[in-house]
Write a protein that binds this ligand. Structure first.
Ligand code: SF4
Ligand code: SF4
Length: 315
């Protein structure tokens, strides 16, 4: 299996997790009962009954400790997830897990099949070539995707605030409360407009999770990143497969740390396809250490340091 297959598996698995979390009561906030449900239990501060009447030092300490453990600590944990992920794995989450990134990749793919370019605005030098296919079939898939995916996404995300059973009952009876209707339609419109008009621009400049990973990955000396075996640059056939594979518009052969790179590995796959498995010029590294695929790193241990590449941009 190549990196792309693994990546599709992690992307689909994460989407399923996002959809199932409220259904299985793993995490959701019930706006009707005003309760936060975490792993099937109502999340509370755990204060003793009648705590407000206890004005002793022990009573005050109990409130302070419970507040720290049940309110402040969870927030610190939640807010530190993306900085830690960024520090260790760069923008790996964006490329391998993020449901929105997955949706944008699907939109890229269908746009490419229908128009010959990745986005509706202009053809970019690194847009891949289209390899056949029946446009009518892709048009039907695109229309179905534009209707079904945002609505299903709307139902799933609304489940984080309204009990999924309640939403399901309303769908079956086709009788919606204002909150459920607003939730589903609001999320659906957001998903539809971003996947048609904005896509990876949102990942690059707007998404807070992406920006945090970008920042911490950039400064981290150990984070996962893409590297090129520049010692073997003469083996490059200039097929430009690596550039065409990159939906984030990175020029991988420049071998520079690029804040837009989401560590998707599409360029690794493309180069292995061109030069033969294990002979590709790209690999993952943690800091200076080769991470994967190790076959691509063989020469790296022999001829460091590498000269900087200066590849000219193509029109
Ligand atoms: S440079 Fe390679 S790993 Fe980075 S986003 Fe582009 S294709 Fe993915
Ligand atoms: S995919 Fe590999 S061989 Fe082709 S242009 Fe990129 S680095 Fe060169």
């Amino acid at each position: 299996m190549n990196i792309t297959v693994y990546r599709r598996i992690t992307q689909i698995a994460f989407i399923l997790l996002i959809f199932l979390m409220p259904v299985l009561d793993i995490l959701r906030y019930d706006t009707a009962t005003k309760e936060l449900i975490v792993f099937g239990n109502v999340w509370s501060l755990g204060l003793k009954h009648g705590f407000y009447a206890d004005q002793s030092v022990t009573g005050s300490l109990h409130i302070a400790v419970q507040f720290f453990l049940k309110a402040i600590l969870p927030w610190i944990f939640i807010l530190s997830i993306f900085p830690i992920l960024g520090f260790l794995t760069g923008r790996f989450f964006c490329g391998w897990l993020c449901p929105e990134g997955t949706l944008f990749e699907l939109a890229d793919y269908l746009t490419l099949k229908l128009t010959g370019r990745r986005n509706f605005y202009s053809k970019k030098p690194n847009d891949p070539d289209i390899n056949g296919g029946n446009k009518a079939v892709y048009a039907v898939i695109a229309v179905l995707s534009a209707v079904v995916i945002p609505l299903v996404g709307g139902v799933a995300l609304t489940g984080y605030f309204v009990a999924p059973k309640t939403i399901w009952a309303q769908i079956v009876n086709w009788n919606f409360t204002f909150g459920v209707k607003a939730g589903i339609i609001g999320v659906a419109i957001y998903m539809l407009t971003t996947s048609i008009f904005v896509r990876h621009v949102l990942c690059r400049f707007v998404c807070a999770a992406g920006l945090m990973q970008m920042l911490f990955g950039w400064v981290s000396p150990v984070s996962l990143r893409l590297k090129m075996d520049t010692a073997r640059i003469t083996e490059c056939t200039d097929c430009r497969g690596c550039e065409k594979a990159c939906f984030m518009n990175v020029m991988p052969r420049k071998n520079k740390r690029d804040i837009s790179c989401v560590n998707c590995g599409a360029c690794i796959v493309a180069c292995n396809k061109e030069l033969g498995y294990g002979r590709g010029l790209f690999h993952y590294s943690f800091g200076e250490k080769c991470a994967s695929p190790s076959e691509n790193c063989k020469n790296l241990t022999k001829i460091p340091p590498y000269p900087a590449l200066s590849l000219t941009e193509r029109p």
